[in-house]
Design a protein around this ligand. Structure first.
Ligand SMILES: [Zn+2]
Length: 673
């Protein structure tokens, strides 16, 4: 994924809100904006600083962990979506229509008085059921019930394309069940890590207190939760280990599951209504489930009940009354990501509506935000990117012909989804009302859970979208061998129907070039053209690929983000390969697109300079130190500055465009594609 930062989600940008006549005219949004360039900085020494130096002065609004180009785009998308939601809430709409669903969902979410009055009543049935859990079997049944409601306790369960049989859907188990972002948060030594763990403990205790416990009892319970989660963390794999698709693939016959881990699997399957015809499942991390089975037997049931109650509270807090929302923000917003202000309520409700009714909302969004002409131009850009990649594969002197033929087949069969789905998701079975925000969220989770389960035993649906059309992001899916570019990201300054190719190709290098390269990064290359996890490389080619990838690991590990804090080269390898290859492929695609055309310099910058500046400005973002630190620990992407500096480090045309000296000959080449 292009994904920016785990926590940088939502925003504010008043300039484009249709203004009163007294407001100044909105500033045009440019793919290359000279106002952000810091000419005093040498483009050869610090290209990010050169292209974005003047943006450093833009303050990060309190509600953000990071603020930059993505937040500007998000803000405009949100403003548009807010208008849609408000109009739907006002108009109502025929029962069961998309207007009724999104309108009622929004109205219920905005009705703070009703939410406050309801208190914890919507959770009473589930708390009651947790209190009745007395045995490991009942615990497993409860986990199933919670998973349907979207509470991620103990582990994750889902349905996916079988990595080794891309024509089939399969149920899949994965490690999980932590309240902190990642295993290292529990196990890392040091003062800073200790402080976060202590703050987490206080947060758990506060939520227990808010839900009716005496403070002393709440503290004791928080300690139990932290201890149990630490045991789950100890059994979990690191982010680096999770990046190896072969090592995280274990297809197990249903009847063999008991031998793998002593969990009452049949009880779980009954609780989630897994069809009994399913003969096999995937277990990503068998040792995690073995350890979990041990814990269900060794830990007192009272501690498990406490743990379940905590996860219900944690997952429901954003949808409860003010005290819960504030406490949730105090830890997850302030402590973990450094934001100082809670986002306005409408943005939070909008984010929930996006998760619950994404394509209902998307249908209304694309009507105004993405024209047929925009779709046509974006498709043309994708076409040139694929042509550029074809040339890169043909020119790869380190690959033998047989491997090249396979790579070309993968490229030729790679599908592209642009803008919005051809067929919209049907939400007609989802009942939404104005009675309860939390009930709507839970009903939508259950609806989504059942929708996924219903895929089992059916052919893979190649029309499904895994992001909503209004999402400002993109993805490559190796099992489906497809790229997806939602309308939400094909917005200025990344993409402008009216901009020239230098600006559009430069700005979308981090999107189209990037996602395309994911098909051939260290993970993507392990999947064949049909989307199967299957080795199609000769041993020599694989060795040469890995040697090149090794240079990239070293290159990024040398980058120091904060004093003493370096990028983890292995954790970010796939994204770094996609960033480096993405810029290269987009540059070649841009050259194909402008063949026979003459682009003019603008504001004193040549077309090639503008291509590279558009690329770098597409990453302009100011980040709080907490968010940077969180990203380096938990994100598979490098921080933004190095997403620019890494790719331009080994790029002769870049050096030529800015008259830089040649790269030192000691510098190892990092271009794979
Ligand atoms: Zn990516």
């Amino acid at each position: 994924m292009k994904a920016r930062s785990v926590l940088s989600l939502l925003l504010l940008m008043p300039a484009l809100v249709a203004g009163s006549p007294s407001r100044p005219a909105p500033k045009p949004i440019l793919g290359v904006d000279p106002a952000y360039i810091q000419t005093a900085t040498s483009p050869c020494k610090d290209f990010y600083g050169f292209a974005n130096g003047a943006f450093d002065q833009v303050a990060i609004p309190g509600e953000y962990a990071s603020y930059g180009v993505n937040q500007e785009i998000d803000e405009r998308n949100f403003t548009l979506l807010k208008g849609i939601l408000e109009a739907s809430a006002r108009k109502g709409g025929a029962k069961g229509s998309s207007g009724q669903r999104v309108g009622d969902f929004y109205a219920a979410g905005m009705d703070e008085a009703r939410i406050e009055k309801a208190g914890l009543t919507p959770l009473a049935p589930v708390f009651h059921a947790i209190q009745a859990v007395k045995t490991p079997k009942e615990l497993v049944a409860m986990l199933g019930r919670l998973h349907v409601l979207g509470v991620q306790a103990s582990f994750s369960f889902g349905v996916q394309v079988d990595d080794k049989d891309s024509s089939a859907m399969i149920a899949s188990f994965y490690q999980g069940g932590l309240g902190l972002p990642e295993r290292d948060y529990y196990l890392r030594p040091g003062k800073e890590a200790d402080e976060i763990r202590q703050a987490y403990g206080r947060h758990i205790a506060s939520l227990f207190t808010l839900s009716g416990d005496e403070p002393t009892a709440a503290q004791a319970k928080a300690a139990k939760v932290l201890a149990l989660e630490t045991k789950l963390a100890q059994a979990s794999r690191t982010l680096v280990d999770l990046r190896d698709p072969q090592a995280n693939y274990h297809k197990v016959a249903r009847k063999e599951l008991g031998a793998l881990a002593a969990i009452d699997w049949d009880t779980y399957f009954a609780a989630v209504a897994l069809p009994s015809a399913e003969a096999h499942v995937l277990v990503g991390q068998p040792e995690f489930f073995k350890a979990l089975a041990g814990l269900t037997a060794s830990e007192p049931m009272e501690d498990w009940r406490t743990y379940l109650r905590w996860h219900v509270l944690r997952s429901a807090s954003p949808f409860l009354g003010k005290a819960f929302v504030s406490e949730n923000f105090a830890f997850y917003g302030k402590v973990l990501s450094g934001t100082t202000e809670l986002r306005p309520r409408w943005k939070r409700v909008l984010a929930s509506a996006d998760r619950a009714l994404g394509e209902d909302l998307g249908q209304l969004f694309v009507k105004t935000a993405f024209s047929p002409a925009a779709k046509e131009r974006a498709l043309k850009m994708v076409h040139f990117h694929k042509e550029a990649m074809r040339a890169r594969i043909l020119a790869a002197d380190w690959m033998v012909e047989a491997t090249k033929a396979q790579a070309l087949k993968k490229l030729d069969t790679m599908r592209s989804k642009v803008g919005y789905p051809d067929r919209w998701r049907d939400y007609s079975a989802l009942k939404v009302s104005r009675q309860s925000f939390l009930a709507n969220v839970q009903t939508a989770s259950a609806f989504e859970f059942r929708r996924r389960m219903a895929k089992l035993g059916k052919p893979v649906d190649r029309n499904e979208w895994f992001m909503t059309p209004q999402t400002n992001n993109a993805y490559y899916d190796p099992s489906l061998n497809e790229m997806c570019f939602p309308a939400g990201i094909l917005q200025p300054p990344f993409f402008d129907e009216k901009a020239d190719d230098a600006a559009n190709y430069g700005a979308l290098a981090s999107t189209i070039g990037h996602e395309l390269t994911h098909g051939f990064d260290d993970q993507g290359r392990q999947y064949d053209w049909q989307g199967n996890l299957k080795d199609w490389w000769t041993a020599e080619d694989a060795k040469r690929f890995e040697a090149r990838a090794g240079h990239i690991v070293k290159q990024y590990e040398a980058f120091e983000v904060l004093p003493g804090l370096h990028i983890n080269g292995k954790q970010t390898l796939g994204e770094n390969i996609a960033d480096i290859g993405g810029l290269r492929v987009s540059y070649e695609a841009y050259k194909l697109a402008i063949k026979g055309k003459t682009l003019r310099p603008v504001d004193g910058y040549t077309p090639d300079q503008r291509f590279f500046i558009a690329f770098a400005q597409g990453w302009r973002t100011n980040q709080r130190p907490e968010a940077l630190r969180l990203g380096v620990t938990t994100d598979v992407h490098s921080p933004v500055r190095w997403r620019v500096l890494g790719p331009v480090a080994d790029f002769p045309e870049f050096r030529k465009a800015f008259s830089c000296e040649a790269a030192p000959t000691s510098q190892a080449p990092t271009a794979i594609w």
